[in-house]
Design a protein around this ligand. Structure first.
Ligand SMILES: NC(=O)c1ccc[n+]([C@@H]2O[C@H](COP(=O)([O-])OP(=O)(O)OC[C@H]3O[C@@H](n4cnc5c(N)ncnc54)[C@H](OP(=O)(O)O)[C@@H]3O)[C@@H](O)[C@H]2O)c1
Length: 250
């Protein structure tokens, strides 16, 4: 029997890399999608011969369609899609930058929509096909961080979209899960404007001195692997995993 093939958007870094490592360790093969060829090359080299990388901007439907056509050409079908690619930019609503609003909505929400649409025909017919979308605890919990209104709203849209996806794909036997992680260390805030980050932190500190810590990318990856490994006929609809130790806010 061939090893299951998982497609992970944003698979070269952060949560996506940890998810890829975990799914490989479980005996799978992985296709990583991301915008940076060099990040993909580095990840694929580290992950080994069961991993491959495809340059793709999930916010661009043509790019997504081209990559899924290439995956179909090379592998025929896939067993799961994990829509993990995501971006955030902190800012107060009155100062929002239109390009940054579009980037967050287009990557987080439309990127999820485009990838699910393109993956469905490749998933049909697999033994236990799965789609897992990645939301964020900030979609529902306001104590996660301040000034992430657009990011949080784009993730709430992902969750609502995933509910319809579940209903639509039931007759195809495609199990659908939405994962809602809280914060864990990754490169996620690495490219945020330091000034806007500090303003957001200052506002966040006003809501209390402590934050929750203790979760790593590997815990998120374990949650993904568990959801994907459910038997046919069972799907984890919504899975929220959050850190659970108190620490002073930065
Ligand atoms: N870290 C957290 O605490 C946290 C908490 C809750 C939810 N999440 C969610 O978890 C997911 C992963 O976050 P992370 O912390 O691992 O972030 P990260 O370290 O910044 O990684 C983000 C990944 O997304 C990819 N990406 C971004 N824009 C893309 C695009 N337009 N097309 C294709 N790939 C794109 C990046 O690759 P390239 O830059 O190479 O394209 C990168 O691999 C995100 O959806 C995030 O919203 C994270």
């Amino acid at each position: 029997m061939r090893a299951p093939l998982h497609v992970i958007t944003g698979g070269a870094r952060g949560f996506g890399l940890a998810i890829s490592q975990r799914l490989l360790a479980d005996g799978g093969r992985v296709c990583l999608l991301g915008r940076s060829q060099s990040s993909l090359d580095t990840a694929v080299e580290a992950l080994g011969e069961q991993a491959s990388g495809f340059v793709c901007d999930v916010a661009d439907s043509d790019s997504v369609d081209a990559v899924f056509a290439a995956i179909r050409e090379r592998f025929g079908s896939i067993d799961s899609l994990v829509t993990n690619a995501g971006v955030a930019r902190p800012n107060k609503v009155e100062n929002l930058d239109a390009a940054e609003v579009a980037m967050q909505v287009n990557t987080n929400f439309l990127g999820t929509v485009f990838c699910c649409k393109a993956a469905i025909p490749l998933l049909r017919g697999a033994g236990n096909p799965r789609i897992l979308t990645v939301s964020s605890a900030s979609a529902w919990h306001t104590d996660e961080m301040a000034h992430l209104s657009i990011y949080a709203a784009s993730k709430a849209a992902v969750e609502r979209f995933t509910r319809d996806l579940r209903e639509e794909l039931q007759d195809d036997g495609i199990g659908v899960t939405c994962l809602r992680p809280g914060s864990a260390e990754s490169g996620f805030a690495g490219d945020w404007d330091p000034e806007l980050l500090e303003i957001a932190f200052a506002s966040w500190r006003e809501s209390g001195p402590c934050m929750d810590v203790g979760m790593t990318s590997n815990h998120v990856a374990d949650a993904v692997a568990w959801a994907l490994s459910q038997p046919p006929g069972v799907a984890v609809d919504l899975l929220e995993i959050r850190p659970n130790m108190k620490a002073p806010k930065p």
